[in-house]
Design a protein around this ligand. Structure first.
Ligand code: MN
Length: 499
């Protein structure tokens, strides 16, 4: 699930009109622009310079090559000189990868005292890029426009944010998701159109019988499960009763067997995300908790109660998470309306990812009130304070809607000594009352993906690449305007639908 081998191609537009000497300078300067961008590029992909493009045929060819190359996850285009945009029509038509238009110049400052017509002829992006932009807009090609010199931090940061979105899009396009059981009975928001999801996002949502997991658990040897329990004892604060020799050690061994079996099924099938359903566990003795948490920490997406959309979104957001950041499956569970700033207590039955933890997780065993199974083992911790966001993917029937709410993860107001699950406490923007009203009006789900490090800009870039609706709830949200935005947005997406 690493994207380190992936490339983003840097394309430079020009034309033969300028003659070989000038074109040599164009090539050299565009290589230099790529080197300057690399100095501040923070995503796990490589910026690859491609030879300058002088003709319609060259443009079409490189766009076809970019589209066909599995390693290429996005294309940056810059018109160093004037590159008549009719030359770009067939290439843009062929492009199947995300596009970023970098509107820049080789030089940051004008050489006021020496500037002459040679300089003017060489540095024409100010109008060359506008010619290109006209064509991209006219063709309706989704793209991000970034303006500024390649040494400027905001330019490098905005390109990095988009590159993470390209990584997420690549994940989405190639994602296989394993569903163990269907979704929870009668629940609306976890259901959805899996065919439309594949057409829109590329993801393949596949059903697996729970018996496949039960059988795989039965095959796991005691020795390998015990070895994994040793890893648990080394990495986490394991409750004494679960440790080797403890009275309930066998439950931990069974939890380890679930992890080994689940991991082997996911690896063998090339799955990057999965779901479970506590109503549909077959002969499984525990609801998978610890196993799900550990797999999420390794980058797998997860959704409870058969929620494949949140699971898929989790895998996508995890792949867009910068190193050291945290992203988890989450559920708005219960509220603190006051006194003090109103807060959300988020958790799930068991399955919260330890990448959002600020402490060494404990492994504990407690009863689960529902499901009628044995007590499951789980990691318990509290999410570390950080700014972040919760994101969901809702199926509106005629389209998918992404909703993102800016939040601040905070320390719980008091200790939670009797709460036996991992949790996060946050203050949503602009306030709990306004955030929840907006979220409910937008039809957002109770399941979300919480991230403390995928930027809102990356989420916006991802939505633009996917041509998916995105609704943002943040400090600037005004409910009156928000209600109108939902109406306009519904109209737009119904008009824009391509059937
Ligand atoms: Mn749930």
């Amino acid at each position: 699930m690493t994207a380190t081998a992936k490339e983003i191609w840097f394309l430079t537009g020009t034309q033969n009109l300028y003659g070989p000497e000038t074109l040599e300078q164009v090539a050299k300067q565009s290589q230099n622009v790529v080197e300057q961008l690399k100095a501040g590029f923070g995503a796990s992909a490589t910026l690859t310079w491609k030879p300058i493009l002088k003709t319609s045929d060259e443009i079409r060819r490189v766009m076809l090559d970019a589209s066909a190359d599995d390693n290429c996850i996005g294309v940056i285009a810059w018109m160093h000189t004037f590159s008549p945009a009719k030359m770009w029509i067939s290439g843009l038509d062929a492009l199947q990868k995300p596009l970023l238009h970098l509107h820049t110049q080789a030089g940051q400052s004008l050489p006021w005292a020496t500037i002459d017509m040679d300089f003017m002829n060489l540095n024409q992006a100010a109008h060359g890029d506008r010619e290109f932009g006209h064509m991209v807009t006219r063709m309706g090609t989704a793209r991000k426009v970034v303006v500024g010199h390649p040494t400027e931090k905001h330019v490098q940061d905005r390109i990095t944010a988009w590159a993470f979105a390209c990584i997420g899009w690549n994940t989405s396009q190639n994602l296989k998701l394993a569903r163990f059981g269907d979704n929870m009975r009668y629940v609306a928001v976890t259901d959805g159109d899996k065919v439309s999801a594949q057409m829109k996002f590329g993801m393949s949502i596949e059903a697996l019988g729970i018996n496949a997991l039960v059988a795989a658990v039965a095959e796991v040897s005691e020795a390998s499960a015990e070895a994994l329990c040793q890893v648990y004892e080394a990495e986490y604060d394991v409750a004494p009763e679960l440790r080797a020799g403890g009275a309930r050690h066998e439950s931990l061994v069974y939890g380890a067997k679930i992890e080994i079996a689940l991991r082997s099924i996911l690896e063998a099938g090339g799955y990057g995300a999965f779901t479970s359903n506590f109503e549909d566990l077959g002969e499984l003795r525990q609801l998978p908790g610890l196993a799900v948490q550990r797999l999420m920490a390794d980058g797998y997406g997860f959704g409870g109660e058969g929620d494949w959309k949140t699971s898929a979104l989790g895998a996508i957001l995890k792949s867009m998470t910068p190193a050291g950041g945290g992203t988890s499956f989450m559920e708005d569970y219960t509220y603190h309306f006051g006194p003090g700033t109103p807060k959300v207590l988020g958790a799930h039955m068991l399955e919260v990812c330890p990448t959002i933890s600020g402490q060494k997780p404990k492994i504990e065993i407690h009863p689960l009130g529902i499901g009628g199974k044995e007590d499951p083992v789980r990691m318990v911790f509290t999410a570390k304070p950080a700014p972040g966001r919760v994101v969901c993917l809702a199926d509106m029937g005629d389209r998918f809607r992404l909703i993102s709410n800016e939040i601040t993860i905070v320390e719980p107001t008091a200790d939670l000594p009797k709460l036996p699950v991992a949790r996060a406490v946050w203050e949503p923007a602009p306030s709990l009352a306004e955030s929840a009203e907006a979220w409910i009006l937008a039809g957002g789900s109770h399941h979300t993906v919480l991230t403390n490090s995928v930027s809102l800009e990356t989420i916006e870039d991802f939505a633009r690449i996917a041509k998916a609706e995105l609704v943002i709830i943040d400090e600037d949200t005004n409910l009156r305007a928000f209600r109108k935005e939902l109406q306009w947005s519904a109209s737009y997406y119904r008009l824009a639908a391509q059937i």
